[in-house]
Design a protein around this ligand. Structure first.
Ligand code: FAD
Ligand code: NAD
Length: 545
């Protein structure tokens, strides 16, 4: 490790004040919290990072630090953010501990991305096999299609367990100490565990994630009124389910429920469904994901009171209040109600006030390098916050990218993640995905910076692969700067949009122009040619299959 290498001494292990393993330099001064040189070089060799041994920040510390810390890095929360940070820190040779109060893998693995995608995969197949018209167009006939609810639920929950196990094993295999306790900040460099112990570290990354937000007036009973936490268990498939909120979670679950035979009623506070998406994509989504399905909706209304029911005895009652007039306008009676109204940061008992930090609607304020800021806007030294808890972007891959970024900064390489290059996807059938600016924001930027905004569209209906699959619905819209050719945003709805958007995210990240992308050869016949069509048309490059 840089620390020991800089001193040219080998370290011996001893116990620190908190009862944790610490390393002491044989020369007498305590270089505590550094893993042994042997261990470190094994890890460095393992990950091919030897060249980073002499990091500027660590080398400087080596000359001055005599503080005794248990770890180089302590991470609070072993969700995808904390896990990503831990693996990268270990690859960089740091001695790492990670605290987890509940389940390794956090929301994404146990109550989010993983089980929801498993449900969507099973439900999607049911939808496809029940679509006689679609199958007939491919020349397929099928008998009656059914599904076993418990089997579908087991698929989702079994997968979550498996991924959780893999993540736990990966932490242990790399020598990362997993501490099963809730941790809170006690003082600089110091955490207090719910196990009663005190832990110290040179740097601390907070990654406590988020929990479902339930608006006032809504009573959750976990059976007839539930959040995504309850819905993912798929304990029953209600005949009629109201979904409050038509964001990512609401949309994905409307896909699952309608495929499995439920009727869905959306309740959305904003004037249109899917308010977070580009308006052109919204309109197409309405045509593909809402209108042909057993879905009705109420927009511009809040669900102000929800009273649980008793299945087969009493319905769930939902009071609707007009968002403009604030008058109660309707009461719905349904079998079940799913609340998908966003998530709140899980930061209440973190103890950050001890360091002068003021939470912003619960979110931990950070700068672009993920460093925590105090109430005066000053950096709190050695304290970072990543993932859902900082509110920059509530996505799994954003959380782990922020974790890696924080570790880069901790180990002396200045790094700021460009969130405009982070793609997002909603895994409905077909999928919706985007990266960068939406059209309104791109227009505003063009006006402000004085360039002409270009817009070019590729169509799934003109794509051989999509047509071969019988899935010719959808578009890919590319927004770009007409002077520089640089891509500002891409919005896709259509088959495998979530995979297609990656090429566009990479292009934005690298500053690739529409012309450069148009000269990159796209495989035929693949869905990637939908992007090819859009960028070729933008760049004035002839195409044609
Ligand atoms: C239904 C659903 C589907 C989703 N699907 C997707 C998707 O397809 N793609 C996508 O990108 N994102 C998806 N998300 C969002 C994604 O799950 C989150 O963005 C991601 O989990 C955030 O990661 P995180 O590490 O910040 O926090 P979390 O995953 O919430 O992990 C935080 C962890 O910290 C622990 N913790 C909290 N406080 C403490 C403490 N004081 N001490 C010790 N441990 C603590 C918690 O127990 C938890 O395990 C989905 C979310 C939901 C709810
Ligand atoms: N595929 C994915 O990447 C994915 C999937 C699921 C969740 N997530 C993440 O999880 C987070 C939470 O998802 P979400 O769908 O709960 O939140 P969201 O913010 O995407 O959508 C919430 C919706 O609820 C509406 N709403 C809020 N309060 C309301 C009320 N009282 N009555 C009626 N409507 C109301 C909002 O207008 C909004 O449209 C998101 O930020 C998302 O990033 C991502």
């Amino acid at each position: 490790m840089a620390f020991q290498v800089a001193h040219g001494v080998e370290c011996a292990r001893s116990r620190g004040s908190g009862g944790h393993a610490v390393d002491r330099g044989v020369g007498g001064s305590a270089f505590v919290g550094r893993s042994s040189l042997r261990q470190a070089s094994r890890m460095e060799a393992l990950h091919g990072h030897q060249k980073q041994l002499l990091r500027p920040k660590r080398a400087a510390l080596a000359r001055t630090t005599v503080m005794a810390y248990d770890y180089d890095l302590a991470i609070v929360g072993a969700g995808v953010g904390g896990h990503g940070a831990a693996l990268h820190a270990r690859a960089k040779g740091l001695k790492v501990a990670i605290f987890e109060a509940r389940d390794v893998g956090g929301t994404c693995v146990n109550r989010g991305c993983v089980p929801s995608k498993a449900l969507l995969a099973a439900a999607g197949r049911v939808r496809e096999m029940k679509n006689e018209h679609h199958l007939k167009s491919l020349g397929i006939t099928l008998g009656e299609v059914g599904y076993d609810r418990a089997g579908v639920a087991n698929h989702a929950n079994g997968l979550a367990e498996r991924v959780k196990g893999n993540m736990t094993n990966s932490l242990k295999a790399l020598g990362i100490e997993v501490i099963h306790a809730r941790a809170s900040v006690e003082a600089p460099h110091t955490l207090k565990g719910s196990d009663g112990k005190t832990y110290t570290a040179t740097d601390i990354i907070l990654a406590p994630g988020s929990e479902p937000f339930v608006p006032r007036g809504i009573e959750i009973d976990g059976k007839t009124v539930f959040t995504s936490d309850g819905a993912l268990k798929l304990e029953w498939v209600p005949d009629w389910v109201a979904i409050i909120g038509s964001g990512y979670i609401g949309l994905e679950f409307s896909d699952v429920y309608t495929a499995l035979g439920s009727n869905v009623t959306f309740i959305e506070a904003m004037p249109s469904l899917m308010p977070g998406f580009d308006p052109e994509i919204q309109r197409l989504a309405q045509r593909l994901l809402i209108n042909p399905r057993a879905i009705d909706y109420h927009t511009n209304v809040f669900a102000t009171k929800v009273t649980p029911g008793v299945p087969g005895v009493r319905p769930v009652m939902i009071e609707l209040t007009d968002a403009s007039t604030k008058q109660v306008v309707d009461t719905l009676e349904v079998d079940a109600c799913m609340v998908a109204t966003g998530r709140y940061p899980f930061t209440q008992d973190l103890g950050l006030e001890k360091l002068g930090v003021e939470l912003n609607r619960g979110f931990v304020p950070v700068d672009e390098r993920m460093r925590v800021l105090d109430a005066k806007g000053n950096v709190v030294e050695n304290m970072y916050c990543i993932g859902d808890a900082n509110g920059k972007m509530m996505l799994a891959h954003a959380a782990s990218a922020q974790g890696i970024s924080a570790v880069e900064n901790i180990t002396g390489t200045e790094h700021a993640l460009d969130h405009e290059t982070v793609p997002a996807a909603c895994f409905t059938h077909p999928e919706v995905a985007f990266v960068g600016l939406n059209e309104a924001d791109a227009k505003a930027r063009a006006e402000k910076q004085g360039f002409e905004l270009g817009k070019s569209t590729g169509h799934f209906r003109a794509n051989s692969k999509a047509l071969a699959e019988g899935e010719g619905d959808g578009i890919a819209k590319v927004l770009y700067n007409k002077s520089s050719g640089k891509i500002l945003g891409v919005h896709i709805i259509g088959l495998h949009a979530a995979d297609l958007v990656q090429e566009c995210a990479n292009a934005i990240a690298r500053g690739t122009t529409v012309k450069e992308l148009a000269f990159c050869v796209h495989t035929h016949p693949t869905l990637s040619e939908v992007i090819d069509e859009a960028v070729k048309s933008a760049a004035g490059v002839g195409a044609g299959h």
